[in-house]
Structures are given as structure tokens and as C-alpha cells.
Design a protein around this ligand. Structure first.
Ligand SMILES: [Zn+2]
Length: 370
């Protein structure tokens, strides 16, 4: 009995001892796990300078075609879409380390502005196309809004199920409530693109830096109020070549094209920019003549003083729709070097050099490159 008691007591001691050992072992194991995970965690976070804070766990640590994009929502056309790569799989080495998202690295001796706004690139532009002759596609474009005239214009467009493109800015008489109209534009299937922030030509065109600063301000503003990136194209205030930008337009075009942005002038003009009292009859006639002459991109305005434009839009759409025309919103796939839209060599040369822009087959053929 005594012996039994002793054996019982001794086995209890052994159990106690074993428990203590288990606790110590567990603690050591936990410590090891923590140390290991810190180490592995460090390895998973890319630390290369110039990387833009990619910290997602499914980003592979080595630069590769699948992990180069700084913004996962923007994948380059060139980047082959693959099923989500496992971090354990060693990626195929690429011929050369590619910078993020096919974004071109600033050239040696490049102007400092090339390093500005590293998020201001278009890396997901689809290949462009041209329209057939007499395609009956009309892109109404409205510059300078939003304004008091935007909501009624959207009502008219809705009535006829017509889509349009808005080149927006924030001029001095801008009111905060206009911002929600940009959201409405997007929600109703129209395209919202940058036309610069201030529209003060002297300032916007003072230098490439001023242009970029102003552009970026509007670009981020549109993104903020609409919840999505603005269009991957823009329109220059005053058109791509005007009395204010002679000294800088070539460099601005080069820089914006390098960043993957294209721009549109127009091939049809409503004539509403020539003053605030252009008669409705003139605007109607100019626009219908342009449409009948196979123009596709029509210049109009949607700001204070352009009531007569607004008054004509319904009639223009109704007449043209009855003749078989369709009113679409631009999506950046129309090659701006086609027809009378733009005849700017600077853009063509820069676009041909860019990996971010694929001009249409039509243009490539013209350049002897297809
Ligand atoms: Zn304008």
C-alpha cells in the first residue's frame, strides 16, 4: 500500500515534471516560429529602391512580368495574365529587369519632370483602331464643365440614350457641388477626361512642369469624386497647338505620350467657342454639317454662356439618330492620328517609341511598320 502510495506520488511528480518540460518546449517552439516568421516576412517585402510599396503577400519578391505592376488594377498589355503565382514558385528570369508595369525608366540625362508623379502612367491601354468611312459614329465632346449646364445636358443625353465625352476642369467660377456631376456622368455611361485643372492657359503652358502639376491635380480630383481613374486620354485647353503653348507643346506631347496618354483635338466644330452669343441655328447647322461630312469628334462646350449649345443638343441627336447615327462615349481606342483628328508628328514619333501605346494597323501601315 505504502509502496503503491509512493509509486502513485512518484508518478504524479513525473507527470508534473513532464508537464513543466512540455511547457518549456512549447515556449521554445513558439519563440522559434516567431523568429522564423519575422525573417520570412522581411524577405517577402520587396525592399528594392524605386518599388512603390508593393507589400501584398502574393507579389513575388523577384521582379518579373507578373509582379512588375505597381498597381494591381493596372496590368500592362504586354504582361501575360497568369493564374495567381504562388510565392514558392521561382519565377522565370526575364531578359532584363523590367521596371514596374512597363513604365519606362527615365532616360539618362532626362529632364527632372520625368520622375514626377510616378503613378501618372497609363499601363493598360488597348490597341487602337480607326473608323471606316461613313461609320455613322458620333462622339460629342463637351469641354470646360462641369457647370450649371451639366445636369440639364445629362438629362437630354439620357432622354435619347446618347453617350458623350466630358473634358473637365475646375475654372475659377467652379462650385463644389459640380463635382458630384462628374460622378453622375460616369454612372450614366459617359466618359470623364482631364482638360486641366485651372484652364488658365498662361499658367498651364508656362512649362512642362506646370502642365504636369495642373494635369495631375485634375486627374486625382476626378478619381476622388468619381471613384475611378479618369479616361486614359485628355484634351489640351485651346487644342494641342495654340497661341499659348508654342514654346512647350512639343515637350508636353512627348512627355504625356511617354506616360501612355493620348489626346484628342476634334474634326468637327459646333462653333460655340467663338463667343457666348452664337445663335442656336448656327450651332445646329455647324454640327449637322460636320456630322454629314463624316466628322466623328465634335467640339462643344458645357459651361456658363453655352446655353444655346445645350438648347440644340436634343435636336441634333434626334435628327442624326433618325438618319442612323449613333452617339458614343470615347474610350481611348480611336487612333487620334487618323483623318483630321490630329496631324502632329511629335505625337506619332513618341507613340511609336512607347511600349505603352499601340497605334492602329492603319497608322503602322502608313509608317511602313507593318
Ligand atoms: Zn477648354
Amino acid at each position: 500500500m505504502k509502496k503503491q502510495k509512493y509509486r502513485y506520488a512518484s508518478s504524479r511528480r513525473r507527470v508534473k515534471h513532464n508537464r513543466a518540460a512540455a511547457v518549456v518546449l512549447t515556449a521554445v517552439l513558439i519563440a522559434l516560429v516567431i523568429v522564423a516568421s519575422i525573417f520570412i516576412g522581411d524577405k517577402l517585402i520587396p525592399v528594392a529602391p524605386g518599388e512603390q510599396g508593393i507589400s501584398s503577400s502574393d507579389e513575388t519578391p523577384t521582379p518579373s512580368e507578373t509582379s512588375e505592376s505597381p498597381d494591381k488594377t493596372e496590368t500592362s498589355e504586354e504582361a501575360t495574365p497568369e493564374p495567381t503565382p504562388s510565392p514558392e514558385v521561382t519565377p522565370e528570369p526575364t531578359e532584363e529587369p523590367v521596371s514596374q508595369g512597363s513604365i519606362p525608366t527615365p532616360e539618362p540625362d532626362a529632364p527632372a519632370y520625368q520622375s514626377k508623379y510616378p503613378d501618372l502612367y497609363v499601363t493598360d491601354r488597348p490597341k487602337m483602331h480607326v473608323l471606316e468611312n461613313n461609320s455613322k459614329v458620333v462622339y460629342l465632346t463637351f469641354d470646360d464643365g462641369p457647370s450649371d449646364l451639366t445636369a440639364p445636358l445629362l438629362d437630354v443625353l439620357k432622354k435619347y440614350d446618347a453617350k458623350a465625352t466630358f473634358f473637365n476642369c475646375r475654372q475659377s467660377d467652379y462650385q463644389d457641388q459640380y463635382s458630384s456631376l462628374m460622378k453622375r456622368c460616369v454612372d450614366e455611361g459617359h466618359t470623364v477626361a482631364v482638360h486641366t485643372y485651372s484652364h488658365v492657359m498662361k499658367e498651364v503652358y508656362a512649362s512642362v512642369d506646370s502642365f504636369l502639376d495642373d494635369f495631375y491635380k485634375m486627374y486625382t480630383h476626378i478619381e476622388e469624386v468619381t471613384g475611378q481613374k479618369p479616361a486614359n486620354f485628355f484634351r489640351f485647353p485651346g487644342g494641342s497647338r495654340n497661341g499659348y503653348n508654342q514654346a512647350v507643346y512639343k515637350d508636353i506631347i512627348k512627355e504625356m505620350t511617354r506616360r501612355g496618354f493620348i489626346y484628342y483635338d476634334w474634326d468637327g466644330d459646333s462653333g460655340d467657342a467663338s463667343g457666348n452669343n452664337v445663335s442656336g441655328a448656327t450651332i445646329y447647322q455647324n454640327t449637322m454639317n460636320a456630322i454629314h461630312n463624316d466628322c466623328n469628334v465634335i467640339l462643344m462646350h458645357n459651361i456658363f454662356g453655352k446655353q444655346s449649345t445645350l438648347d440644340q443638343v436634343g435636336k441634333i441627336i434626334e435628327t442624326a439618330q433618325a438618319e442612323g447615327y449613333v452617339f458614343k462615349a470615347m474610350d481611348g481606342t480611336l487612333d487620334p492620328t487618323h483623318g483630321y483628328l490630329m496631324t502632329n508628328r511629335e505625337f506619332i514619333s513618341a507613340a511609336l517609341e512607347s511600349d505603352l501605346i499601340q497605334l492602329s494597323d492603319w497608322r503602322m501601315e502608313r509608317e511602313g511598320l507593318s
